[in-house]
Design a protein around this ligand. Structure first.
Ligand code: ASP
Length: 223
């Protein structure tokens, strides 16, 4: 696969010129910034508003799961670690964690949806296609649906990106541009997918009045 992705990238760059690489770098930065903002605003806000949990404590407690997600690029492979982190470090009871987190690992993929939205826009830009409001709405809708259907394994989000591109009439060849560096996109989107499921588990536990209090001073720094 690495050789094939390298060959595809070489072909796309040779055909379109090296100018296509700068927008690709910008797309990478955009996906990282959007995901980090999403975590900082939505996840931090949710755990703070619903569970009165400090966002710092939340992210510290999930550090180990984040590290595994970042390196394996698989929400499914990270599931045991993220469930353990949520239960031991954040006080999510086993019954809620073992329902919410596996369900989230299957259908809740915010990081993937963000990535698909940014990449669809990036591909439109590379091919000089101007998108209007209906197309943007279509991207939002199909990226949300495609992320729900994405499996928690490395690279699955890129395959589902084809659905988004087809829905708005963008050329599927655009995926070739992304294929070579998709792993770098995958690291951040999988991290967000996993952290998002944990945030959901914390919110459900809090709204059910089941969130356990972890005594202050307990090391939640990812052991
Ligand atoms: N690798 C992602 C995950 O496991 C799915 C994707 O490719 O977007 O969550």
């Amino acid at each position: 696969a690495p050789y094939a992705a390298g060959a595809l990238m070489a072909w796309v760059t040779a055909t379109n010129g090296p100018d296509v690489l700068l927008p690709l770098a910008k797309a990478l930065v955009a996906v990282y910034v959007a995901n980090i903002l999403h975590a900082a605003v939505v996840y931090s806000g949710a755990v703070y508003l619903f569970a009165r949990m400090s966002p710092l404590r939340f992210f510290q407690g999930m550090f180990e799961a984040w590290a595994v997600a970042f390196t394996t690029c698989s929400s499914s492979a990270t599931l045991p670690v993220s469930m353990r982190n949520a239960q031991e470090n954040l006080g999510v009871p086993n019954e809620i964690s073992s329902f919410v987190q596996p369900l989230g690992a299957t259908i809740n993929m915010d990081g993937t949806a963000i990535y698909q939205g940014v990449c669809a826009y990036f591909i439109a830009q590379v091919y000089g296609i101007t998108l209007g409001l209906p197309q943007y709405l279509m991207i939002i809708l199909t990226a949300t649906l495609a992320s729900v259907g994405t499996a928690g394994v490395p690279g699955a989000g890129m395959i589902m990106l084809s659905m988004v591109l087809q829905a708005v009439g963008l050329p599927l060849d655009g995926i070739l541009l992304i294929a070579g560096v998709d792993r770098i996109f995958d690291m951040i989107r999988t991290s967000m997918n996993v952290i998002g499921d944990a945030a959901g588990a914390v919110v459900v536990s809090a709204t059910e009045g089941e969130l356990k209090t972890i005594p202050a001073g307990v090391d939640v720094g990812g052991k």
